[in-house]
Design a protein around this ligand. Structure first.
Ligand code: PGA
Length: 249
């Protein structure tokens, strides 16, 4: 596979960050010019999207962490893709394993959310990944393949969709798969994408996520078919996040 893909260095702040954290976004945005080899994205909590967008002043992208499938309506506490866009987001993550686990989101729900993101004109990051039990049982590729075919939105292209492979057991644990394991899963995802999205699948970005740190980023990002990172804990400070993103100087 020789398609040239521009990587994406993405941060997912999860339920972290208050207005005082906008300084980190400013610092990341100011340094973004030095990350010439990748696009840079931070997904803060929805409460900070408008302020983060202002702080980013177009130098990095800002995204949401989830969206409702509908554009508006009686859904107390939910936020639509259109509202995220209105607040300044250009990306949204859907199907993160914490949403799948905490909110019982099925592949069908994730697909509806991903389609909502495309409807609103956002680029969607669809997350997939196996649990520790599933890996132990040798089900990793079957699980990831099922999530992919079940969650991919209609109308997806290499421009408006990104896949993030995040083994559930690697998220926030400090554990990471070996580069060989990452290569196996990413190679499988590439193969499935080429199959499911003829003419587009070869160019879709596939991010690795799960305990990416400045100390392991270079090794993980060098793996074939790894086109960037989705970073949780280490994206909360500009120093750590830039330590990762600088792989793409
Ligand atoms: P982590 O989280 O980097 O803290 O492991 C990654 C993620 O959940 O996106």
């Amino acid at each position: 596979m020789t398609t040239k893909i521009r990587p994406l260095a993405a941060g997912n702040w999860k339920m972290n960050g208050l207005s005082a954290s906008i300084g980190e976004i400013k610092a990341i945005a100011q340094a973004a010019a030095q990350i010439g080899g990748a696009d840079v994205l931070i997904c803060p909590p929805a409460t900070l999207i408008a302020a983060a967008t202002a702080a980013a002043s177009g130098r990095i992208a800002i995204g949401g962490q989830d969206c409702h499938a509908k554009a508006s309506g009686a859904h107390t506490g939910d936020i639509s893709a259109e509202q995220l866009k209105d607040a300044g987001a250009t990306f949204v993550i859907v199907g993160h394993s914490e949403r799948r686990a905490d909110h019982g989101e099925s592949d069908e729900v994730v697909r509806a959310k991903a389609e909502a993101a495309l409807r609103a004109g956002l680029t969607v990051i669809v997350c997939v990944g196996e649990t520790h039990l599933q890996r132990e049982a040798g089900q990793t590729l079957a699980v990831v393949g099922g999530q992919l075919s079940g969650s991919l939105p209609h109308g997806a292209t290499a421009k408006n969709m990104v896949i993030a492979y995040e083994p559930v057991w690697a998220i926030g644990t400090g554990l990471t798969p070996t580069p060989a394991d990452v290569a196996e899963v990413h190679g499988f995802i590439r193969h499935e994408l080429v199959d499911l999205m003829p003419g587009e699948g070869a160019a879709v970005r596939i991010l690795y996520g799960g305990s990416v740190k400045p100390s392991n980023a270079a090794e993980l990002m060098a793996v074939e078919n790894v086109n960037g990172a989705l970073v949780g804990g280490a994206s909360l400070t500009a120093k750590d996040f830039l330590g990762i993103a600088s792989v793409y100087k």
